[in-house]
Write a protein that binds this ligand. Sequence first.
Ligand code: SF4
Length: 339
Amino acid sequence: MSSTDRAAAETTAAARASVAIAIPVAPPGNPATFPALQAEIRALAHERDAVILAHSYERPEVQDVADHVGDSLLLSRLAAAAPQSTIVFCGVSFMAETAKILSPRKTVLLPDLAAGCSLADSITVEQLRQWKLEHTGAVVVSYVNTTAAVKAESDYCCTSGNARAVIEAIPSDRQILFLPDMFLGLWLQRVTGRKLTIWLGECHVHAGIRAADVERWRREEPGADLLIHPECGCTSQVIEAAGDDAHILSTEGMVRFAERSKADSFLVATEVGILHRLALKAPGKRFVPVNREAVCQYMKLITLVKVRDSLRDGVYPIEVPADVAARARLALERMIAIA
Ligand code: SF4
């Protein structure tokens, strides 16, 4: 991608982000009811032989009632290993699909079917098939934030935590189509030195975190370490200017880094749900979001009431057609074999 194309793409991303961020976040309900709802949910989970998984961007009260909290791949692996027959996935639809692909015999429930993902929506399976026709023989690497159908058309999946290892494992003479996140793709080009053909997709939340947000906080908190998720719109713009105290990390990487770091103050450039987990895992340290409006409305659709209803009523079961699941599983297993 040329610098002109990149600037145009980033401008488009910012415009879409400002529209998407205007979508209201669903109200959480009355906090006074949370303890009783959480007790009801734990009792139902026991009764229904269910494990509750929550992504790090979920509401604090939903994270607190879960058996496990983490990123999408960690949760899918935990789902496959869990002895329970039912998985309640507090996250978005592509995550529940991934859990179903890796745990085909288990019941996977998503508490709200409207919990989608603007990044996964930025490429359809038809668009990917057309892109492959235009680049015959290229290797397709898909970020895990994709639908099952897109994964099934891919050679490898990757997460932000292992994308670099996946790219580096592909022979250097092979063209790579990387999708759907352009900011992650640009960062991968930079750290691997590989020329990638990048799909111009984006997450509206991360694209909305701009270099100006980061620069302002860097001036206000000069002693703080900077933690940046590679999906951020700011990644390609600020990382060159950042010093040794800037770190490009996946959500799980941020949690591990904060736990082990000697630093006591951090600027966090990702969805604000991670702040709850960071505060729990690294107590006594200070975490400042560089953009407080970096809120994923899809993640926040999951409330305690919906988790309770999901367990009580068995809604909403996620199914992936067997042939799609088999091909998508192959792309996921190739990734797992590398990193
Ligand atoms: S934060 Fe972005 S990538 Fe994650 S679920 Fe929300 S829209 Fe998708």
